[in-house]
Design a binder for this molecule. Structure first.
Ligand code: DAT
Ligand code: MG
Length: 149
């Protein structure tokens, strides 16, 4: 089982999409093992997006991601990193396929509704920004036998 870090961004929260997005994650079969509503400080945003420091869109990205509450999620399941990237769709919502979260709910690169870690290493690093180890829960779901063979 793999864990990934996902985050419903401020536009997703403002547009009332928390339930819709969490519902898609649940329906796919993933298990949510960590979840919180919070507003990022600039320091957290800088840590989260440090790979993009110096790029032209970086200041706007920090401004946007700190502009309101987000929902931080740790999602667990088979191939969760790649799988959540697939559920999210391409970075640019204009290029994201219909049926993906970004493809269905976004129009602009700088308002793309959801974040998902791009590798297992990124996921580990990002999870540590938002969660203490004891905030991540281990539990069984009775449906698991219908999700995994
Ligand atoms: P992703 O969020 O799909 O992992 P990324 O890590 O390359 O994409 O970029 C982080 C965020 O920064 C992305 O969700 C939207 C924004 N962004 C990326 N490239 C951009 C660009 N060329 N212009 C404007 N915003 C951009
Ligand atoms: Mg990224």
């Amino acid at each position: 089982m793999e864990r990934t870090y996902c985050m419903i961004k401020p536009d997703g929260v403002q547009k009332g999409l928390i339930g819709e997005i969490i519902s898609r994650i649940e329906r796919k079969g993933y298990k949510i093992v960590g979840m919180k509503l919070l507003q990022l400080t600039t320091a957290m945003a800088e840590e989260h997006y440090r790979e993009h420091e110096g790029k032209s869109f970086y200041p706007g990205l920090l401004q946007y991601i700190t502009s309101g509450p987000v929902v931080a999620l740790v999602v667990e399941g088979k191939n969760a990193v790649k799988g959540m990237r697939a559920l999210m769709g391409a970075t640019n919502p204009l290029e994201a396929a219909p049926g993906t979260i970004r493809g269905d709910f976004g129009l602009d690169m700088g308002r793309n509704v959801i974040h998902g870690a791009d590798s297992i290493e990124s996921a580990k690093r990002e999870i540590a920004i938002y969660f203490k180890e004891e905030e991540l829960l281990q539990y069984d779901k009775s449906l698991d036998e219908w999700i995994y063979e």
